[in-house]
Write a protein that binds this ligand. Structure first.
Ligand code: SIN
Length: 299
């Protein structure tokens, strides 16, 4: 299989043509994986509606499937009968909340957050419902040297409490068990590209361990706004049965809920990731064959 890779922006995102995701051999997967590491988000159009088994088989090419805390702690699989690891994404006229309608990296509150997520949308609204992506490599690289020094070695607390309990109104099955909370480095080293990426998101990151509360809040607000700048983004307009794969280690995403009262529906499977490793400024080097971001901000 020779795939055709068309970048959406110089920073992130590429559309892939010529890929058969159902009958993928090792060489075909290697091509897709290289493009994934290079572009951080891949989009596939003209795909058949994957059966759940086909979706799982493609996801398992990347690694073991990640089981969402909704399922591990919230009792969702027994209630829905859905195979663990498969998340139904569905927003209708009756929905009071839409999954992903805020900038985030999937489940960054987990100790080992998912490395990648694979979403296929089967039903899309007539217009709207795009997904936006922002490069956390570009966001880090565009910071000043002084800010990079300041962030060096800092760790942030990520918590699922606000998103899952308040927003999604989900309780854990055992009330004595809370939603996941964990500390991660603010700048992480990507295990496959070797590049540094900021690793904070508005949905889950709520404090910085080494700073007083007010300083942490001000710094986090700056970092959230910075990561979400249009300069680091691409935007995907869905077609029915298109598939998106994003790298949660170096990309934020935002599912835009601008299509009420229409329905938007599909399936998502995420793949387990490793515990994030901090980038060590002055020690770690970006591999020579890895392109740095070329986004320049006006001073
Ligand atoms: C999500 O996984 O956060 C939802 C993405 C989307 O529906 O576009």
């Amino acid at each position: 299989m020779a795939i055709e890779v068309t970048p959406l922006t110089p920073t992130l995102g590429a559309e892939i043509a010529g890929a058969d995701l159902v009958q993928l051999d090792d060489d075909g997967f290697a091509e897709i994986f290289d493009a994934f590491v290079e572009h951080s988000v891949l989009f596939f159009r003209d795909q058949p509606a994957l059966t759940e088994d086909q979706h799982f088989a493609f996801a398992e090419r990347f690694g073991e499937v990640h089981v969402h805390p909704f399922e591990r702690l919230g009792g969702r699989p027994s209630a829905s009968g859905v195979k663990p690891g498969l998340l139904r994404i569905r927003t209708t006229a009756e929905s009071t909340v839409a999954a992903g309608n805020r900038w985030h990296s999937d489940v960054s509150c987990d100790e080992e957050p998912p490395q990648a997520s694979i979403l296929q949308l089967h039903e899309i609204p007539p217009v709207g419902g795009d997904t936006l992506f922002a490069s956390l490599y570009a966001a880090y690289e565009a910071l000043s040297d002084r800010m990079k020094q300041y962030l060096d070695g800092l760790t942030a607390r990520h918590s699922g409490e606000d998103a899952y309990r308040r927003l999604f109104k989900m309780s854990t099955v055992d009330p004595s068990v809370g939603w996941p909370e964990v500390d991660h480095p603010i700048v992480r080293r990507h295990a496959d590209s070797g590049r540094p990426a900021l690793y904070v998101d508005r949905e889950f990151t709520h404090s910085i361990n080494e700073l007083p509360k007010e300083e942490a809040r001000a710094l986090l607000e700056f970092l959230f706004d910075h990561c979400e700048r249009a300069n680091f983004q691409c935007r995907f307009r869905w077609s029915a049965n298109a598939i998106a794969i994003w790298d949660n280690r170096c990309v934020l995403h935002h599912a835009m809920w601008d299509y009420w009262p229409h329905e938007r529906r599909g399936n998502r499977i995420s793949i387990k990731g490793e515990r994030p490793i901090g980038w060590r400024l002055g020690h770690d080097q970006v591999p020579a064959d890895r392109q740095q971001s070329i986004v320049r901000l006006t001073a």
